[in-house]
Design a protein around this ligand. Structure first.
Ligand code: IMP
Ligand code: MG
Length: 181
């Protein structure tokens, strides 16, 4: 079972639910009278996106995008490729990019340049997790769920080798899992 690979739980289901509700309430206040478009960056943000969207009470639309970063190993490089583009135009729209985790910032700084070139009315970033100690690009989130130390975390959408996304909480993997390769 997946649970056996988890060393400790960082954020429980209830903690995630409570924090997502707070972020949604902040978005409801900030976008009052508007109709924001939530853009989920696949695949890591799919669960956060689903919960956040349900906790927002304003009318909003959703769209999805997938990117992959070139480069080897566990860190992303500056080279990012779109593997799935949006279905709708974002021109004149108020965009909220929904991410699982802001790490080096490579992926998002590329994505922001790309989205800005399509002339939205505004673009903000909502990330569930932030690892500020890892940042190499000058990018900050407008809405952050939790700041985390430089630990590799999984669950609630976040993966290790494509697994653990379906854990309902966020946890730290046992080192043995990495050592197995
Ligand atoms: P960045 O371009 O370095 O900011 O890459 C961010 C992406 O790396 C995230 O969207 C995740 O897909 C992945 N990532 C970074 N840290 C973690 C982690 O601790 N667990 C799982 N995925 C992570
Ligand atoms: Mg991701």
């Amino acid at each position: 079972m997946l649970e056996q690979d988890i060393e400790r739980v960082l954020f429980t289901e209830q903690e995630l639910k409570d924090r997502v509700a707070e972020l949604a309430a902040q978005i409801d206040r900030d976008y009052a009278g508007k109709e924001p478009m939530l853009i989920s960056v696949l695949r890591g943000s799919f669960i956060f996106m689903a919960d956040l969207a349900r906790a927002i009470h304003l009318p909003c639309t959703v769209d999805f995008m997938a990117v992959s970063s070139y480069g080897s190993g566990t860190t992303s490089s500056g080279q990012v490729k779109i593997t799935k583009d949006l279905s709708e135009s974002i021109e004149g729209r108020d965009i909220i990019v929904v991410e699982d985790i802001l790490d080096s910032g490579n992926t998002l700084s590329y994505l922001f340049r790309l989205l800005q070139a399509r002339h939205p009315a505004s673009v903000r970033l909502c990330t569930l997790l932030d690892k500020p100690s890892r940042r190499t690009k000058p990018i900050t989130a407008d809405y952050t769920g939790f700041s985390v130390d430089d630990l590799f975390v999984v669950g609630y959408g976040l993966d290790y080798a494509e697994k653990y996304r379906n854990l309902p909480y966020i946890g730290v993997l046992k080192p043995a899992v990495y050592e197995k390769g």
